[in-house]
Design a protein around this ligand. Sequence first.
Ligand SMILES: [Zn+2]
Ligand SMILES: [Zn+2]
Length: 355
Amino acid sequence: MKRAIPVWTAILIVLLFLTGCSAAAWNAPAAPVPTPAAGETLTVHFIDVGQADAALLVCGGQAMLIDGGNAADSSLVVSYLNGQGVEHLDYLVCTHAHEDHAGGLSGPLNACTVGAVWSPVGEYDSKAFADFLKYTRAQELEPVLPRPDETYLLGDAVVTVLGPRLDYDETNDTSIVLRVEFGETSFLFTGDMERAAEADLLEAGCDLSATVLKVGHHGSETSTSYPFLREVLPEYAVISVGTGNSYGHPSEEVLSRLSDAGAAVYRTDQLGSIVAVSDGQTVSFTFEKSESAEPVQGPQGQEAPGAVRYIGNVKSQVFHLETCANLPAERNQVEFSSREEAVAQGYRPCGGCHP
Ligand SMILES: [Zn+2]
Ligand SMILES: [Zn+2]
């Protein structure tokens, strides 16, 4: 007796053909992204490691570390993991071999048990990478490069490998790119990927949309191109960057592109470690340094003094202090007399001026 293909399977097959993301490597979550259990959260800690990257993801009792900052940040990252009660990392990811990503992974590899280690390369000529390899092997593991379009579970979050899709000479473009979906929210981790690798993800037709974008290469001008950003359309953009760094990161161009895209920008140089919590529906943030260290979408704080004016952007639904450098064009402005009024009308605070 013939049986009809279930509708969702048919839809999935059609989608896979349409997206161009190869079906061969699909290691089959049997259904779309699981609905998170009531009360379950995905927490993403963008750890402040200065001019470097480190992010800890925790969901359903499982943990993933994406980069560990510089070698000098190794013990800081270990203390952070201790503070979160993390002793086992299900996944440890070295997005690419540069020291500001690989260097600080030695400490966690030494302090925690690790399930799997991912890296785009198996060798690289630097002490930082040699140490990363040494401590990986001490766990009786070898770094592996997951294939594009493979999916992995972290609790009820689905981690999809988007890149690298090709071989690159530029080390930044070799970055492992991961999209993490939890319920209806999503996070995109880009390492230091630059324009060329961004274009290859676009070319492959991958789903890049994300609630939260970890901005590529510390906000360098060489990343976060307009075509890429148009697909991601993040509500929030997190930049991991050091105060007064010699590279001039983040660049004015990238900040202005993010502003045009309507993203609220959060920076580790201004806010310290940034913690994003998703309940599967919305993402709320807390910051280590901010005076108002309360979730931006949580209960509202003090009434703002009457003299302060707030300017909303009717297109992006982001609101600013009237002194903000990123005010929208006048035709797109709407004025609010209080922070509460702006929030009540569904506007989000700007990450630059923190209204
Ligand atoms: Zn970097
Ligand atoms: Zn790099």
